[in-house]
Design a protein. Structure first.
Length: 308
């Protein structure tokens, strides 16, 4: 199976995790094992890497690529890591990496239905189970479709796109990526179509909804933090402004100390920070990396260290 994975912000991730050769690390979104192999290479016989993925294709490929190293891959979503690692006797751990979003393989494998450039079944399921994008597009109400496109894609023309989808499916069901792409293009002004492909935001929004990505992220951040040792680090790569906002907000909450009103003479809440930021601002790809991998353009890396 051809499964290309160019690891984004690789050196920055390795530096951020501050890898100990005898440590235990988790790649919660192992994909094609690009990051995982480089982490595992730095481990000795006393170290251990555990990769998680809900995509069976990724599990098969990552298992093969990590075979020479002290590593294993489990077929679970990353928000299940607290339960899975506890059952394995592997918690607590020294570091967790979450590389969010869709993988290059999922985008490039036309049959998976993630890309608006080809003509494929409208699928978009990362796990290859559950509701498809086709089912969502053909059954959700106009109001719900508009909400998804606006909330998850920040699409300015969400209402007109949703209205045209409902009108079109009333005549015949929408089955393929190209059918959906043409509907989206016909729903935006000509000027927008000339400036850029108008399908990106809508396809992204539908993908996020089909896979419950934001719900998994909220639960997954809590799961990842819960399995860290004191001094353990959590590194998260986002590709979407809303994802980054969620990560930033949660990191800030873990790093916050006293929340007493400023006019109190002394602290009465007793709150102390649970973590500290390793990166005050998100790390973005260098110009050199952008020239090698254009898909890294929107990537942002944030790293946090658990204090207690």
């Amino acid at each position: 199976m051809e499964f290309v994975h160019i690891p984004v912000l690789l050196q920055e991730v390795l530096d951020g995790l501050a890898i100990r050769p005898d440590g235990t690390y988790v790649d919660g979104t192992v994909g094609g094992a690009g990051h995982a192999v480089e982490i595992a290479k730095r481990l000795t016989a006393g170290g251990h890497l555990i990769g998680f993925d809900r995509d069976p294709d990724a599990v098969a490929v990552a298992t093969e690529r990590l075979a020479p190293y002290p590593a294993e891959v489990v077929h679970h979503n990353y928000d299940e890591m607290q339960t899975v690692l506890t059952e394995m006797g592997a918690a607590p751990v020294d570091g967790v990496l979450l590389d969010l979003g869709v993988s290059s393989h999922q985008l490039d494998e036309e049959s998976r239905g993630f890309s608006y450039h080809g003509d494929a079944p409208l699928d978009m399921r990362m796990s290859q189970t559950g509701m498809t994008a086709e089912e969502l597009v053909n059954t959700a109400s106009e109001a719900e479709l508009s909400r998804i496109l606006y909330t998850y894609g920040e699409e300015s023309f969400a209402r007109s796109i949703a209205r045209n989808i409902v009108r079109a499916r009333g005549e015949k069901p929408i089955h393929t990526t190209s059918e959906l792409a043409e509907l989206i293009k016909s729903s935006v002004p000509p000027k927008v179509r000339r400036l850029k492909n108008p399908c990106k935001k809508s396809f992204q929004a539908i993908r996020i909804a089909v896979n419950g990505e934001f719900e998994h992220l909220e639960a997954g951040l809590q799961a990842a933090f819960s399995v860290l040792k004191p001094g353990g680090r959590l590194a998260v790569i986002t590709f979407h402004s809303l994802e980054d906002r969620m990560v930033k907000r949660q990191f800030a909450a873990w790093c916050q100390g006293c929340v007493c009103p400023p006019d109190f003479p002394q602290c009465v809440c007793g709150r102390v920070p649970e973590a500290k930021l390793v990166t005050r601002k998100p790390i973005a790809p260098s110009e050199e990396e952008l020239s090698r991998n254009s898909r890294s353009r929107s990537a942002k890396l944030r790293v946090l260290e658990r204090s207690r």
